[in-house]
Design a protein around this ligand. Structure first.
Ligand SMILES: [Zn+2]
Length: 325
């Protein structure tokens, strides 16, 4: 059946087929059938051939990137997706896939720029793909950054149109919220503060709240910090900056901002709660964690090991009365 050339293009660019990948349509339909039949090797060869004829074909680039990803070839997948974004920097599937591949290769901290761009540019256009990215981030941050994990789960639930997926994210959220090994302030619900008098909130405040809602936590935190620098006695800006940094898996900066929020809070209970949160986040920093160190201790008897450690290395003894479990 002939396609309507004014339908959105198959590559997911959001353009009309006629002005996008139309010239390679017969090749695309053939490769699509190969992909449907899981003939990945043949499909890869055909995609290579297509890209020799039409170097900028978006459909071929995104599908070769997906295929490379499936085959575990991260660098090749990234090269394709970066080639696609050089032609079309807002390609929704492209920006999501780039963030996903960078996350897989470099971890969250080094890929947060790509992740934010993905949520900002494509979060509302390819919702299920964006939700799946949010869920992947949440599961990676689950152990070390429960606040960030929780927020990304909520973002996934908000983005997903598929109810089964929504339920999956919800169940993970319930498990996190009932996990006694995580201090409650780090796993309980938390929302940004909005100004009580709606008279004339600064434009930047509205932008920051919007950025945080779509998952751009680092950018939102930056704006809240800027507002806080301008009005250092306003706890709302410090608190919001703190939450956004925590959701961005940046406990050090989160704790700094929350200390400031507690310091200028007008309500005593708020001050206590925010200070507690700041201290709990500080405890999660690397330097407070107990790691494992392997050392060879030259001694001829096992009973001497402890005294050798004391004498030679001066290691402190742990206060076991305060260690749980
Ligand atoms: Zn296209």
């Amino acid at each position: 059946m002939a396609r309507d050339v004014y339908e959105p293009c198959l590559c997911g660019s959001g353009r009309k087929l006629k002005f996008c990948c139309y010239r390679a349509l017969s090749d695309i339909e053939r490769i699509d059938r190969l992909l449907d039949n899981n003939q990945n090797r043949l499909a890869l060869q055909a995609l290579d051939d297509l890209l020799k004829k039409h170097a900028n074909n978006r459909w071929a680039l995104i599908h070769r990137a997906f295929l490379h990803q499936e085959l575990g070839q991260l660098e090749e997948a990234l090269a394709d997706v970066e080639r696609l974004l050089a032609i079309d920097e807002t390609h929704p599937l492209g920006v999501i896939l780039q963030a996903r591949l960078r996350l897989e290769r470099d971890g969250y901290a080094k890929s947060r720029g790509a992740i934010q761009r993905a949520f900002q540019r494509a979060g509302r256009k390819v919702r299920d793909e964006a939700a799946s990215l949010a869920l992947e981030i949440a599961s990676r941050l689950r152990m070390d950054h429960p606040m960030a994990c929780r927020r990304y789960l909520m973002l996934a639930m908000d983005l997903w149109e598929d109810e089964d997926y929504q339920l999956e994210a919800f169940l993970i959220l319930v498990r996190l919220e009932t996990d006694d090994s995580v201090p409650y302030p780090l796993r309980g619900p938390r929302e940004l503060l909005s100004p009580s008098d709606e008279s004339d909130p600064p434009e930047e405040l509205r932008t920051a709240l919007k950025l945080a809602r779509v998952g751009c936590f680092d950018a939102a935190a930056g704006l809240f910090r800027k507002l806080a620098d301008q009005s250092p006695e306003n706890p709302l800006y410090w608190y919001n900056a703190g939450l956004c940094h925590a959701w961005d898996a940046n406990p050090r900066r989160a704790a700094e901002a929350l200390h400031r929020a507690a310091g200028c809070a007008s309500d005593f209970e708020d001050a206590v709660e925010w200070e507690t949160l700041a201290q709990l986040l500080e405890l999660s920093l690397d330097e407070h964690k107990t790691g494992y160190v392997f050392r060879c201790v030259p001694t001829d008897s096992a009973s001497r090991v402890i005294s050798v450690l004391d004498e030679q290395l001066g290691w402190p003894r742990a206060d076991l009365e305060n260690v749980k479990g």
